[in-house]
Ligand binder design. Structure first.
Ligand SMILES: Nc1ncnc2c1ncn2[C@@H]1O[C@H](COP(=O)(O)OP(=O)(O)O)[C@@H](O)[C@H]1O
Ligand SMILES: [Mg+2]
Length: 239
C-alpha cells in the first residue's frame, strides 16, 4: 500500500449536505445489528452509484471513520477516475487467488479512506462474487474497517448486486429521479428481498435543483401524515 489513489471530491454545498444526511441516516440503522458492510445498487447504468458511493465513503472518512470503498462493479468498473494502470490490482486479482488482501487495497489522499479497485475485468464476475473467498474477505474487512462501502452493477440486468447484497449488512437502492419506471424499481427491490438483503433505504439521485425543495417538503408531510406507511428512505443524494 505504498502509492496513493487520488480522489477528487469537490462537491456543491447541496450535494455535500445530501451525502451528510445519507451518512447520518445510515448511522441510525446501526441498532440491534451493526451495519458495517453496505452495497449500493440501482436498476440501470449511470444512475449515480459510483459517484454516490465514493462521496459517502469520503464523508464517512472525514467523519473520522476508517472506511474501505470497493469497486465490485466488474461489468463497468470506474469508481476512481484518476486511477492509473499501476493501481489496477484489486478485487478480481484477490478473488482469483493472484494476490494477498493487502496488495489489493490502496491508500488514498483522504485520511482514513482506502480503496479496492476492481482489477482486470474477469469473464465471470458473478461466479467470483459467489465464492467462499469473497465471503471470508468481507468478514476480515469488517474487523479492519468501520465501514466497507461496495459499488455494484445495476440489478436490473445483472445478478451480481443480489449476490453481494446477500452477504452484506445492508443494501441501498439508488434511483435516478424521473428515469426508472415504477415496475422496474419494484422488480429490483423484490430481487434484493429474495436475496435476503436488508434494504436500508432508497436514495433518489439527480433531483433537479428546482424540484429539490418541494420534494423535501413533500417527504416531510408524508412522514407526519402517514407515518405508519412510510417506507424508509435513506436520503436524497441529489441536486
Ligand atoms: N447527484 C448527481 N448530480 C449530477 N450528476 C450526477 C449525480 N450523480 C451522478 N452524476 C453523474 O452521472 C453520471 C453517471 O454516474 P456514475 O456514478 O458513474 O453512475 P453508475 O455508477 O450508476 O453507472 C456521471 O457523469 C456522474 O458525474
Ligand atoms: Mg459505476
Amino acid at each position: 500500500m505504498s502509492e496513493k489513489v487520488m480522489i477528487n471530491n469537490k462537491l456543491s454545498d447541496a450535494v455535500e449536505e445530501a451525502i451528510r444526511t445519507l451518512r447520518t441516516n445510515i448511522q441510525f440503522c446501526n441498532t440491534d445489528k451493526a451495519v458495517k458492510t453496505i452495497c449500493l445498487t440501482s436498476c440501470i447504468p449511470n444512475e449515480g452509484k459510483s459517484s454516490t458511493s465514493i462521496n459517502l465513503a469520503v464523508s464517512m472518512a472525514r467523519d473520522g471513520k476508517k472506511v474501505l470503498h470497493m469497486d465490485a462493479d466488474m461489468r463497468k468498473p470506474r469508481s476512481y477516475k484518476d486511477v492509473t494502470s499501476r493501481f489496477n490490482v484489486g478485487l478480481s486479482n484477490y478473488l482469483s487467488g493472484m494476490v494477498e488482501l493487502d496488495e489489493a487495497i490502496c491508500e488514498t489522499n483522504i485520511e482514513n479512506l482506502h480503496v479496492m479497485v476492481c482489477g482486470p475485468k474477469p469473464p465471470n464476475p458473478a461466479e467470483l462474487l459467489g465464492t467462499e473467498r469473497f465471503r471470508q474477505m468481507l468478514s476480515v474487512l469488517k474487523e479492519k474497517y468501520d465501514y466497507v462501502i461496495i459499488d455494484t452493477p445495476p440489478l436490473g440486468s445483472m445478478i451480481d448486486a443480489a449476490i453481494v447484497a446477500s452477504l452484506t449488512d445492508g443494501a441501498i437502492l439508488l434511483i435516478e429521479y424521473n428515469t426508472v419506471d415504477y415496475k422496474k424499481a419494484v422488480m429490483v427491490k423484490e430481487q434484493l428481498e429474495k436475496a435476503n438483503a436488508r434494504i436500508l433505504g432508497v436514495v433518489i439521485n439527480k433531483i433537479p435543483r428546482r424540484e429539490f425543495r418541494s420534494y423535501y417538503y413533500y417527504d416531510y408531510d408524508y412522514y407526519y401524515g402517514r407515518k405508519s406507511k412510510r417506507r424508509s428512505k435513506t436520503g436524497d443524494a441529489a441536486v
